[in-house]
Design a protein around this ligand. Structure first.
Ligand code: CMP
Length: 139
């Protein structure tokens, strides 16, 4: 199948970044229910990216392809032009479109230069699936 053809690539990280990402994942309402192995694998597969102040990270209504963890800086979440909230370091965002297979529920804009960790939809879903299969085979 397509899913089994996906290669999981680990990206090098400092201990601090590894811990920050894991804390962010475990703080998220959905991700906190994942198994520890899934959290670690998602963390391992996250790659670094950065966005300049004022740039749009996520556009409301787009198809979602990436889940993010914010490492440094601040972002603003808006829906139909209305401010919903600001998000600071150690938070997951961009998970809803991937988890619920919907379009982006809000826009996310960088209030400062930001450093992010990112994981692509296909990799994220593969990690969820593979652990599901491992679990299933234990019954
Ligand atoms: P997603 O819908 O994929 O893309 C926009 C992201 O903004 C969304 O995932 C959440 O991570 C985030 N988001 C949406 N609504 C809110 C909200 N009310 N408060 C905080 N974050 C939100």
């Amino acid at each position: 199948s397509q899913l089994s053809d996906v290669t999981l690539t680990s990206y090098c990280k400092t201990k601090e970044s590894r811990e920050l990402i894991q804390r962010a994942l475990m703080d998220n309402d959905f991700m906190k229910h994942l198994e520890h192995g899934q959290i670690v694998t998602i963390m391992d597969c996250m790659y670094p990216t950065s966005v300049a102040q004022g740039s749009c990270v996520i556009q409301e209504g787009d198809d979602g392809s990436t889940v993010y963890v914010l490492e440094e800086g601040m972002v603003q979440v808006t829906k139909q032009g209305k401010k919903l909230c600001t998000i600071g370091p150690e938070k997951v965002f961009g998970e809803l479109a991937i988890l619920y297979n919907c379009t982006r529920t809000a826009s996310v804009t960088a209030l400062t230069d930001i450093k992010l960790w990112a994981i692509d939809r296909q990799i994220f879903q593969t990690i969820m699936m593979q652990t599901g299969l491992i679990k299933h085979s234990q019954y």
